[in-house]
Design a protein around this ligand. Sequence first.
Ligand SMILES: Cc1cc2nc3c(=O)[nH]c(=O)nc-3n(C[C@H](O)[C@H](O)[C@H](O)COP(=O)(O)O)c2cc1C
Length: 173
Amino acid sequence: MISGLNRHVFTQISYGLYIVTSYLGPKLNGQIVNTIIQVTSEPPRVAVIINKNNLTHEFISKSKVFGASVLDTSTPMTFIGLFGFKSGRTEDKLAQAQFIRGVTGAPLVTEHALSVLEAKVIDEVDVGTHTLFVGDVVTAEVLRVGEPLTYAYYHTYLKGRSPATAPTYNPDR
Ligand SMILES: Cc1cc2nc3c(=O)[nH]c(=O)nc-3n(C[C@H](O)[C@H](O)[C@H](O)COP(=O)(O)O)c2cc1C
């Protein structure tokens, strides 16, 4: 009988790595996530899980829109460090990256991105430390050819870590 809770199991769940963005008035922000999934095909609908303490959380909660960029495998660690370990509360991250504005107003980071999409929030679920935002995709575009950066590649080859704000945080990893 299996009765334990071996957290190593969670490290075997596969993800990609993305930048999720949003805005509030004139302020723009974005952060790294590994937690984007497509939830339905018709209508095209995605979900993302964001820590309640993140500035991006505040912006998505209020503007009800978010952008997402699929990162390329060649993305440098400095770029991931900026968006994944620094907060927009202390750093103007978008001033340090190439982006365009989407039809929703969300900034869409084009640097190191294979593709971008933007979504309007249609539902949100309070899951404790985080909120799961569900959004209808309103635009999606491929920018260049490449290999999407996976969470496994990030850990295995780039020797990357995840901060405590990531839903998949594991102190042993
Ligand atoms: C590899 C990686 C994966 C991450 N995944 C998530 C995630 O899925 N959800 C989340 O809320 N934070 C995630 N984070 C943490 C945020 O990117 C980080 O807390 C960021 O500094 C928040 O910035 P903000 O305060 O400007 O919004 C991840 C970070 C890294 C490096």
